[in-house]
Design a binder for this molecule. Structure first.
Ligand code: GAF
Length: 381
């Protein structure tokens, strides 16, 4: 695959790349819409990755080619990069260059050949994978010496300030810092990380990812409105962030808030609790006990946070009815993907049941695969 990538690079840019870097997509096990509230998240990296073959340029130009693009090179002068100036997929790698330069890192031009098998628009962090693979490549090409969390924060800055999506740090931290065989427990306030072993195979379990094919777009304003609602609630409660509201203070706090903010706050507080509960189960080796926690998380996202949609709700219902231990939407919502935890022996039956339910409802056929906790961004060659 590495030779193939070098050959593809050569066909587009001429000459050999200096190296090849890779970064994965992710699914979040639990901890949704908590990262911009200084809370907890628990993602795993997917085996699906974005690969970047790259070489420095000394003329201050950025030449980007995507195997999933329209067959043309996007050629950008680095000194002309500005927030909002680069549309489409090219905004993610261009944003990483911009964020590095803005932070004072001595980064120059580059040729990039990008290839990816992370489903896009599926809530599986294809944009974070592209950002983190680019950041890893530039880090090495320009000898910046940044750590994985530092690269993740550069990637998040690119997405927030250059692309214009006010996301939290989860997706970039997952893509940059996850390790194979473990979930990443991340405190998004302190950025303290803990790699919690998760051996689904040994437990006879599988994690089914169901991409509903309802495209989600975090840039359309709904995500920003939710974030603003949470920040307003924290302000009204006199707290730095909703993370600072303890579960035993929830009922009293809700009484002090306007009705429209109460469900948001309830979700964030209970969701943080579900993350720590999940970590406790994993540490005790009780993987099957995650099931009801996942399903409760989905109910909270559906009824309180209101970011599910008929397709994600149906995927959860059908999977659980067919015997899954638990299921929930994963990622930002408004479409995207669902995860279902199930005994390996009944996985095929669950997939069939979800497909049949979608067919009866007149929904497009979902795309399904099983996920194992995989490695974060790294140099491949
Ligand atoms: C998206 C965002 F990019 C993340 O930062 C996070 O807020 C997530 O939605 C919801 O948990 O993936």
């Amino acid at each position: 695959m590495i030779d193939e990538a070098a050959t593809d690079f050569e066909a587009v840019h001429g000459g050999r790349p200096t190296g090849a870097w890779t970064a994965p997509g992710r699914v979040n096990l639990i901890g949704e819409h908590t990262d911009y509230n200084d809370g907890f998240v628990l993602p795993i990296a997917l085996p699906h990755t974005t690969r970047v073959s790259a070489r420095r340029r000394e003329d201050g130009r950025l030449r980007l080619y995507s195997a999933q693009g329209d067959g043309t090179i996007t050629d950008l002068p680095l000194d002309g990069l500005a927030p909002g100036a680069v549309a489409s997929w090219a905004g993610y790698p261009a944003g990483v260059f911009w964020a590095l330069a803005e932070a004072g890192h001595p980064v120059g031009g580059a040729d990039l050949y990008i290839d990816s098998d992370v489903p896009s628009g599926a809530g599986l962090s294809s944009s974070a994978a592209l950002e983190c693979a680019t950041a890893a490549a530039l880090n090495d090409l320009y000898g910046l010496g940044l750590s994985a969390p530092e690269l993740a924060l550069i990637a998040q800055r690119a997405e927030n300030a250059f692309v214009g999506v006010p996301c939290g740090a989860m997706d970039q931290m997952a893509s940059a810092c996850c390790t194979s065989g473990a979930a990443l427990f991340l405190d998004t306030r302190t950025l303290e990380q803990r790699h919690v072993p998760l051996d689904l195979e040994a437990a006879g379990l599988r994690l089914l990812v169901i991409d509903t094919r309802v495209k989600h777009d975090l840039g359309d304003g709904a995500y920003a409105a939710l974030r603003a609602g949470c920040e307003r609630a924290a302000h009204l409660l006199g707290l730095p962030a909703l993370r600072d509201l303890a579960p035993d203070g929830l009922a009293a706090a809700l009484d002090r808030l306007p009705g429209e903010l109460r469900p948001l706050v309830r979700h964030v507080v209970t969701e943080n609790r579900r993350v720590t509960e999940t970590v406790d189960h994993l540490v005790r080796g009780e993987i099957a006990a995650l099931g009801p926690v996942l399903t409760a998380g989905h109910a909270s996202l559906r009824d309180d946070y209101r970011v599910s949609c008929p397709e994600t709700d149906l995927a959860v219902e059908a999977a659980v009815a067919a015997g899954a231990l638990g299921a929930r939407m994963t990622g930002g919502g408004f479409g995207g993907s669902v995860i279902a935890l199930a005994q390996a022996a009944i996985l095929a039956g669950i997939s069939d049941a979800v497909r049949a339910a979608f067919r009866s409802a007149g929904f497009a056929s979902p795309f399904m695969f099983t996920a194992v906790p995989s490695a974060g961004a790294r140099r491949m060659a």
